[in-house]
Write a protein that binds this ligand. Structure first.
Ligand code: AHZ
Length: 312
């Protein structure tokens, strides 16, 4: 292409084409030459590396500063925690909802349907939530099948993150609870203690890496069953003396497990709601294996419980 053919884009320019749609001026850039051209002339708007750092630092720390006081903190961004966040944020767009996820990748176990297989099974009536968020499925009568679990998780994640009142901090582990005692001696969960997950993982080898904290009116724990990172709050409630002992997750029985998880979703100690498979460790409920209706319904119920706690 001859240089004379290159489009000089300015702030006011929106789209120019050379006839086959491959030349495009980029609107919104300052008065610089920018060009979306895939024939060897592509030009980015000029910025410094420092601007990249400042763009992230400013927003990240402003968010941290703001969310030190949240209305609701959700610990764990698996299927139950994300469903809770979506339901709560939809019902109450005025609430500051902060999700803390230990992994770099949010989604928990819901990137696959079960084992290493991709389709995801959801028993009715939890399919209504799939309709609500716009996830297509095959109807098999009593249950539905989403063609890939990642379609559910990525859709839910994108819907949640697009909500202006929801913030998610991933690669951040909740490593303790804040527990206050009132004048009657009643203990109440009043927030969470956080640290970047890589820092949490290095506590045995490094010293003086003190954590941060977030206060909130209601904490929802959705950390899943025991494993490398699971059942965090259930275990901490035992060591804090607020739960005598763990119930421990029982063997697989889908018919008992799914309704039991939903029906036991509640405020387990003042200020702390538990949802999803973490409840199996708290109460000693069976696991259900690879079927996700229980996680969805438990997350929805946890959102309603959070409203009850906030209003009480
Ligand atoms: O990384 C964890 C995961 O994304 C996160 N998490 C755990 N501990 C944390 C901590 N701080 C911050 N201390 C933490 N985040 O919590 C998320 C849990 O997601 P999950 O998918 O493991 O749990 P869930 O209860 O939402 O879904 C369970 C799905 C299962 S397990 C199962 C079975 O074993 O039978 N069946 C189903 C449907």
């Amino acid at each position: 292409m001859a240089p004379s053919q290159i489009v000089q884009a300015t702030q006011t320019e929106t789209l120019q084409t050379n006839g086959n749609g491959i030349l495009k001026g980029v609107s919104g850039a300052a008065d610089h030459d920018v060009l979306e051209n895939y024939e060897g002339q592509y030009r980015f708007a000029p910025i410094e590396e420092s601007q990249v750092s400042r763009a992230m630092i400013k927003r990240y720390f402003e968010t941290m500063y703001d969310r030190v006081v949240s209305d609701v903190v959700i610990v764990g961004a698996g299927s139950s925690g994300l469903t809770c966040a979506y339901q709560l944020a939809s019902m109450r767009p005025d609430l500051k909802i902060t999700i803390i996820e230990a992994n770099v990748a949010p989604g928990g176990g819901a990137w696959l349907g079960g084992q290493l297989m991709t389709p995801m099974v959801v028993r009715k009536p939890a399919d209504r939530f799939l309709q609500e968020i716009g996830v297509p499925y095959e109807d098999e009568g009593s249950y539905v099948v989403v063609k890939h679990a990642a379609l559910f998780t990525s859709t839910l994640l994108s819907r949640v993150l697009a909500m202006p009142n929801v913030v998610m901090m991933n690669a951040t582990a909740v490593e303790d609870l804040i527990i206050h005692e009132d004048s009657q001696g009643q203990q109440r969960v009043a927030g969470v203690v956080t640290n970047w997950t890589l820092v949490s993982l290095a506590h045995d080898t490094q010293s003086c890496m003190d954590p941060n904290l977030l206060m909130c009116h209601c904490t929802v724990s959705a950390t899943g069953h025991d494993g490398p990172m699971g059942a965090f709050s259930a275990k901490r409630l035992v060591s804090a003396g607020l739960l005598k002992e763990l119930g421990n997750m029982r063997a697989l029985d889908m018919k008992r497990s799914e309704p039991a998880i939903v029906n036991n979703t509640r405020e387990v100690v003042p200020g702390l709601i538990m949802t999803g498979m973490e409840l199996s460790e708290y109460y000693g409920i069976n696991r259900m294996g690879p079927t996700f209706g229980g996680m969805i319904a438990s997350g929805i119920k946890a959102a309603h419980e959070a409203l009850r706690v906030l209003d009480s």
